[in-house]
Design a protein around this ligand. Sequence first.
Ligand code: MN
Length: 451
Amino acid sequence: MADQISMRQWMATLKEMGRLKTVNRPVELVFELAAVGKKADGQFAVKFNNVTGFSMPVVTNLAGDRELFATALNSTTEEMVQKFGKAVENPVACTIVPKEQAPVKETVILEDIDLQKFLPAPVHHKRDGGPYITAAILLAKHPDTGVRNVSIHRLQVLGPDKLGVLILPRHLWQFFYLAEKQNKPLEVAMAIGLHPLILLVSQATTGPGLDELEIASALLGEPLKLVRCETVDLEVPAGAEILLEGHLVPGVREVEGPFGEYPKYYGPASPKPVIKVTAVCHRREPIYHTIIPASREHLLLGAIPREAVLMQLVKHAVPSAVGVHLTPAGGCRYHAVVAIDKKHEGEAKNAIFAALASSSEVKHVVVVDKDINIFDPEEVEWAIATRCQAGRDVFIVTRALGNKLDPSSNDGISDKMGIDATIPLNAPPEQYEKITIPDLENINFNDYVDD
Ligand code: MN
């Protein structure tokens, strides 16, 4: 069965690039796997062939830097955010293939489902409430319109066929809210073991009504192949390693958490919605993918699609915007750096408005001139240090909607801050003339030293 796009293909690419390491010695799923994976964070994908108690191998760190994500998108680091943004604006319908052409349907299990025996889901962090599925895209349809939504959620394995799920107030939250109001289950499908391109599209912070998988078709240049589920009215990527089908149970909450999250703090334990699993499908000899929370893989998966949408919105408000970056230290969510080629005084503040309005997650925005490398934290800090006067250039909005996983927020109610670190247009040029050493770039240090 030829794959259109799959995690296996991607792992083969990583192997060729020398970016995939294999671990054959026995590794425990509780902490040890996450610890070993974390040591390779940003450098190597790691495939664990011998996980204690399971025959299924586990892979992590599928893409740990911006270059690898660019490769996954068949693009460059400079172009990928723009390419992704274009795909968001020009979605292409997916296609449905028969079950016989879908690798994920090689094995179908409808009875005696036991996720605790089947899935090698690790316990990643010290205080985690148990094993978690972290790399599943969750698909659901709007109960009224039928439009598909794709998102990633932390899923705690609570029983043989039971998962606890955190649903933040976005599209899936709305679907479940509507279904639950009518006391109806909301059908869901969860696909694990995917090419990074599909994981990326699931993170697009688009308006409601856009099927994220259609972004994948646009990026691929051909309709993404989906296959129908067995027990629910949903379709999933045909090349996935593993598929879990089920439904969110109306009116039921069970304790989920704590869970070590991307801001590098624990999300607390509290009653959360529950998924009952009704079918499991998988490829022959499936490979399980886990995303270690707060790893580069986790953070960058969030950053690149968000940057694409952020860039579009900022550019709409301020046409002179030239670049955006959601920084790793801000969890690739909370801190946005925007570069503008300022033409009118005040544009920096408008760029801040647009960035803050782009997503409830954006908390602090720094706007810099286009000579600042927005990917270099030292340059950004230098701009704040030397081009910003707090009384004039900083503003704060209190009690807006933020992110519940930010421990300093009041259950998601959060202050927002904008910092204009651009040079005033009317400043005399010599006031901000950067120091330079003539010919510096042509000097080769090794031509001068003797030992
Ligand atoms: Mn959505």
